[in-house]
Write a protein that binds this ligand. Structure first.
Ligand code: CA
Length: 117
């Protein structure tokens, strides 16, 4: 199922969780799983975003996802603007070797949910 960020997040919340929060400990595992499972959606939304005009990325629980986080892909986060549509949602992205890329929230992608216990 490929979905826009908000729809993907809504499904995770219905399940009692939220989108996966990228952290340095667990990210390598999810990166590996994503590459193995890569199907029609190509990329996977995770639980991090920014609220333009703010430039900083935060996780769904409000933790900082700094630009020097070690698992951003090359040249990311790029915060590209395309006709007023801003890259503001974070994906595990095949085009950057399953590292993180900020992309358009309206793009459709797979997603990974997490339950916080
Ligand atoms: Ca980007």
């Amino acid at each position: 199922m490929c979905m826009a960020f908000a729809n993907a997040q809504a499904i995770c919340k219905e399940e009692g969780g939220d989108l996966l929060e990228p952290d340095a400990c667990s990210f390598p595992m999810f990166r590996g799983l994503s590459s193995l499972q890569s199907g029609q959606c190509r990329d996977y939304f995770v639980g991090a975003f920014r609220t333009p005009p703010a430039l900083n990325y935060v996780t769904v629980r409000g933790a900082a996802l700094p630009d020097n986080f070690p698992f951003w892909g090359a040249g990311q986060p790029s915060r590209v603007s395309n006709s007023g549509n801003l890259q503001a949602c974070v994906q595990i992205d095949r085009s950057v070797m399953y590292l993180l890329n900020d992309d358009f929230c309206t793009e459709t992608a797979g997603f990974i949910c997490q339950k916080f216990i």
